[in-house]
Design a protein around this ligand. Structure first.
Ligand SMILES: NC(=O)c1ccc[n+]([C@@H]2O[C@H](COP(=O)([O-])OP(=O)(O)OC[C@H]3O[C@@H](n4cnc5c(N)ncnc54)[C@H](OP(=O)(O)O)[C@@H]3O)[C@@H](O)[C@H]2O)c1
Length: 301
């Protein structure tokens, strides 16, 4: 089947959870899925402009809001309970992620390094706690940043030596890749019908996105003007959502696959290849062990 991100197959009857849907790629993934007929549950950190925007863009859609702060294991537990109460979930899209941070090493409310804790351990814990309610697919948001740094799992939270926030982000995304592929291996081995698929958006910026008041204008006007100059190498967050949506609903997509833009940073969504390190089963198993130890959440399949 040729995939056309502008003409999606009907998702009527499906329930999709998209984390971090208050802005960015998460918002556009939610909007595209709602327009295709899915019931969409957005998680935000209390932001409500996105749901108002979504309801005005897709008046016939069904959407709900749940609060989730990935930097707090207590919030993750509360959100997992609230999401489970909303009924079976066909697709969980672990989109939320911290994309910038301080040069100084910071920690979550549970004392975990903030990038790895929020972007890698947080989705691990949420997925584990919500797993009994998930019936179809689990989508995680990877990144090309995994090409820029080799992850050191013996010091994954950079507790030793000189801290680098860009390294922390790349490590967190190595963790996301490792989780996604290891989850798929474990799901297959257990005979589960649930699958785990990875997607990355390339390079996606607000300045090149279709305007959504209250959603795409949350960074400064000056920054968005500067982002427009990046057009040859950076597309909008609406297009950045395409590989995520394809991974979530393409009937031909399968567990263990990785979708991204055709031209690496921009373009239509196609199958792509991860860096070898975080696709390695030994790396995946070690990440899983670290994530269980850091979060105190055991994920048995
Ligand atoms: N844009 C890119 O070029 C790019 C490239 C590679 C990968 N990605 C990945 O794609 C995903 C979305 O990126 P984006 O460009 O849409 O980023 P974004 O515009 O910065 O949005 C990030 C989303 O994650 C949420 N979030 C951040 N920290 C959180 C926390 N501690 N708990 C719960 N939610 C939190 C944000 O909520 P608030 O509004 O409350 O802050 C927001 O909804 C991320 O996982 C990112 O790493 C993006």
């Amino acid at each position: 089947m040729i995939w056309d991100p502008r003409h999606l197959p009907s998702q009527v009857g499906k329930t999709v959870v998209v984390t971090g849907a208050g802005r960015g790629i998460g918002y556009f993934a939610a909007e595209q899925l709602a327009a295709a007929g899915a019931r969409v549950i957005l998680t935000t950190r209390g932001e409500t402009a996105a749901i108002d925007q979504l309801r005005s863009r897709v008046p016939s859609g069904s959407c709900e809001l749940v609060t989730l702060e990935l930097g707090s294991l207590a919030s993750i537990r509360t959100a997992a309970t609230a999401l489970a109460a909303l009924g079976p979930i066909d697709v969980l899209v672990n989109n939320a992620g911290k994309t910038s941070g301080s040069r100084r090493r910071e920690v979550t409310s549970d004392g975990l390094e903030i990038m790895v804790g929020t972007n890698a351990y947080g989705p691990f814990a949420l997925t584990a706690l919500l797993f009994p309610s998930i019936t179809g697919r689990i989508i995680n948001l990877g990144s090309l940043s995994t090409r820029l740094a080799t992850a050191d799992l013996s010091d994954f939270e950079q507790a030793r030596g000189r801290y680098s926030v860009s390294r922390a982000y790349a490590y967190s995304k190595h963790g996301v890749h490792a989780f996604s592929f290891e989850l798929d291996r474990r799901l297959s081995a257990s005979g589960s019908s649930v699958s785990s698929i990875l997607a990355h958006p390339g390079w996606a910026v607000n300045g090149n996105s279709s305007a959504r008041p209250g959603v795409t204008d949350r960074n400064s006007a000056l920054q968005r003007i500067a982002e427009r100059a990046l057009r040859p190498v950076a597309h909008g967050k609406d297009r950045g959502a395409w590989p995520v949506v394809r991974a979530a609903i393409d009937p031909d997509a399968a567990g263990g696959e990785f979708y991204g833009p055709a031209r690496s940073v921009t373009g239509p969504p196609v199958l792509t290849k991860p860096v070898a390190q975080s696709a390695d089963p030994a790396f995946g198993a070690e990440f899983w062990r670290l994530a269980e130890a850091a979060t105190g959440v055991s994920f048995e399949l």
